[in-house]
Design a protein around this ligand. Sequence first.
Ligand SMILES: NC(=O)c1ccc[n+]([C@@H]2O[C@H](COP(=O)([O-])OP(=O)(O)OC[C@H]3O[C@@H](n4cnc5c(N)ncnc54)[C@H](OP(=O)(O)O)[C@@H]3O)[C@@H](O)[C@H]2O)c1
Length: 344
Amino acid sequence: MKGIKVEQVNGEYQVTNDLEKPTPGPNQLLVKPIFGAVNPVDELMRNSGILITGWPWTPCCDVAGVVVEIGSEVTEFKVGDRVFGCQGVGFPGSGGAAEYCLFKEDITLHKPDQISFAEAATIGVGCQTAALGLWSGLNIALPDPQNLPAISDEWVLVLGGGGSVGGYAVQLSKLSGYKVIASVSARSVKAAVAQGADETVDYKTPIDEQVAKIKEITKGKLHRIIDTTASNADFTKKVLEEIKDDAGEKYFASVNDWQDFGPLPGGAKFYPISLGPLGRPEAKQLDEILAKYIDVLQVLIDTGKVKPGEYNLVGEIGFESFTEAVKVQSGGSAKKVVVQFQEE
Ligand SMILES: NC(=O)c1ccc[n+]([C@@H]2O[C@H](COP(=O)([O-])OP(=O)(O)OC[C@H]3O[C@@H](n4cnc5c(N)ncnc54)[C@H](OP(=O)(O)O)[C@@H]3O)[C@@H](O)[C@H]2O)c1
């Protein structure tokens, strides 16, 4: 089948016709990707080989497409269903930049009619990562999507609240009953506020000023910090140092799941967010947790309570546009970068 392959660590993205068409296992769906989004992990994987279990490797782990075949035990999906989500990374058949890829039934979302394929492709990685960070990492109760909690006086500090993971962390914090202070640069203030942030702090201003502003705004009601930038552990430690004597357990979740931060001020509990293994046979526990979260996310997305962010569509229809899209993403696009691979 046609698609993109990378043959070795640091190899080029090549459009090819010789990819092996995957066959769905009992609980899998074979999906024709229509749109795909680029994530920072695509380049990270290509440059380092991390999470790749076999070469050649096909990138793209945020897909919206159409089910063309179902495994023998699939009950919730049928051929022709429009689906989306993060389907997995690095294992054979997982690559979304191809004519077909595999999804696992329990971690797949149905695409509602009111969002387009392009919008749907922007949601999976960001939203699923944020869900793990908040609901598994920050001791935030999974909300009942039909009966959302009222906003309490407790705050969540979202570092990178204008980005993809950060934007969903803002949205899901609010829907879970928390106020949000987002750390962003000037260019991302509008995005963070559009996602629901109550307050913002500019990460480019002096750190002591930022910490003082956070303390002043949250007034002893900050116990939860999520870093969606992978680069803010030192800043978090400074904030935790400031709030360590406030009553109550503190929690810190980070997309940086590879670094040992050591003991945190005030004994804050650390949760390393790790979406990468999803969809693999060895990730049964992670998939079970995500399946529970996806049931909630599906309702929140269907009812318009979780909204896709803005996107930047790059290139013409075709796998050829993926390389250009990666360059745009790596160059620091403020919006999620998407590509249309095929017609529906
Ligand atoms: N561990 C996991 O399972 C997992 C899963 C998904 C993603 N990730 C990682 O999470 C990170 C974010 O991914 P993404 O898709 O959300 O990327 P993104 O959409 O590009 O967002 C990154 C955001 O970080 C902000 N930022 C950069 N430095 C900052 C700082 N010092 N303080 C506050 N904000 C800062 C940027 O804001 P400005 O534009 O305002 O500068 C940007 O909005 C990436 O490193 C990705 O690899 C990890």
